[in-house]
Design a protein around this ligand. Structure first.
Ligand code: SAH
Length: 274
C-alpha cells in the first residue's frame, strides 16, 4: 500500500460498503463523463471506469500520479491531470481531449481541508453560479460539514454555508461513513452527500445582495437578524417584512429557510423602488 501523506489530506478509503454507496449514488450511465478530485491510489476510479463514458481525475501528488499512470494509463476512457484542483483550468487542460470535456458528474473522496473551496469551485457562488452546472456531485466529506449542507432552517447545523449551497443545489445525505472505513482513520466521522445543482423556484433578483445579506445576517451568532442587519436595513422595516412572510420578527438568521431568505431579499428590493 502507498504510504499516505498528511499534507495532502490523504486517507485511503478501504470499505467496500462505502465505495458501493458512492458508486450507487452516482447513478452512472455509459453516457456519463466523470470528474474525480483526488483519486489517490485509484480505488474509487477503478470502480467507476467500467461504468462510464470517460473519467478525468485531478491529483496533486506526483508520486501517486506516476503510480496511477502505470496502473490505469492504458484505459482509453481515463485521463489524469496532475495539479491542484483549486487552481487548475479544467477546460484548458482538456482542449485536445474531446471525449473528456465538460464532465457532467463529480464523484470523489476529497481532501477534507479544502472542502469549502472545492464545493465553491464546483457550484460557483450565489452571485456567480457555475454556468455549466453538473447533473450531480457525489462527495465523501467530513460529517459535520455534510450536516450543514442538508440542514433545515432551525436546526443546529443550519448556517450561511447551508443557504449558499442550498441556493445552488439540492443536497441530500446518502450515508454515514465511520472513521474506520479509511486508512489511516481520520479524526472525524464522514458522510456521503449528493448535490444536484438546480435553479430555485424563486430566484434572487439581486443575487449579490442576497450573498451579502446572508454573510452579514449570520455574522454574530445567536443575535436577531434585525440586529445583525441594522447597518444596512432599517430594523422596523425588516420586522415588518419578516411578519409579512409569516416569520417571527425576532427570528435569528438560522431560523430562516433558504427560500425565505430569497423572498425576504426580494421584498427588500421592491421597497427600494426597483
Ligand atoms: N479517493 C482516494 C483518496 C482520497 S484522499 C480514496 O478514496 O482512497 C484525498 C486525495 O486528494 C489524495 O489522493 C490527495 O493527494 C488528493 N489531493 C489533496 N489536495 C488536492 C488538490 N488540491 N487537488 C487535487 N488533489 C488533491
Amino acid at each position: 500500500m502507498v504510504r499516505p501523506r498528511k499534507q495532502f489530506g490523504q486517507h485511503w478509503l478501504k470499505s467496500d460498503k462505502a465505495l458501493d454507496a458512492i458508486v450507487k449514488a452516482a447513478e452512472c450511465s455509459t453516457n456519463d463523463r466523470i470528474l474525480e478530485i483526488g483519486p489517490g491510489t485509484g480505488i474509487l476510479t477503478r470502480r467507476l471506469l467500467p461504468l462510464v463514458e470517460s473519467l478525468v481525475a485531478v491529483e496533486i501528488d506526483r508520486d501517486l500520479c506516476e503510480l496511477l499512470v502505470k496502473q490505469l494509463g492504458k484505459k482509453e476512457n481515463f485521463i489524469l491531470l496532475q495539479g491542484d484542483f483549486l487552481t487548475l483550468d479544467l477546460d484548458a487542460n482538456l482542449v485536445a481531449f474531446p471525449k473528456f470535456q465538460q464532465p457532467n458528474k463529480v464523484v470523489a473522496n476529497i481532501p477534507y481541508n479544502i472542502t469549502g473551496p472545492i464545493i465553491e469551485k464546483l457550484l460557483g457562488t450565489i452571485a456567480n453560479p457555475n454556468p455549466q452546472p453538473f447533473d450531480a456531485i457525489v462527495l465523501l466529506i467530513q460529517k459535520e460539514v455534510a450536516e450543514r449542507l442538508y440542514a433545515q432552517a432551525g436546526s443546529k447545523a443550519f448556517g450561511a454555508l447551508s443557504v449558499r449551497v442550498q441556493y445552488l443545489a439540492e443536497c441530500e445525505l446518502i450515508c454515514h461513513v465511520p472513521a474506520g472505513a479509511f486508512y489511516p482513520p481520520p479524526k472525524v466521522d464522514s458522510a456521503v452527500v449528493r448535490l444536484r445543482p438546480r435553479q430555485m423556484e424563486v430566484t434572487a433578483r439581486d443575487p449579490k445582495r442576497l450573498e451579502n445579506l446572508v454573510k452579514l445576517g449570520f455574522g454574530a451568532k445567536r443575535k436577531m437578524l434585525r440586529n445583525n442587519l441594522q447597518s444596512v436595513v432599517d430594523r422596523d422595516r425588516l420586522s415588518q417584512l419578516l411578519e409579512q412572510l409569516n416569520i417571527n420578527p425576532q427570528a435569528r438568521a438560522e431560523e430562516i429557510s433558504t427560500q425565505q431568505w430569497v423572498e425576504l431579499v426580494n421584498l427588500l428590493d421592491v421597497g427600494n423602488g426597483e
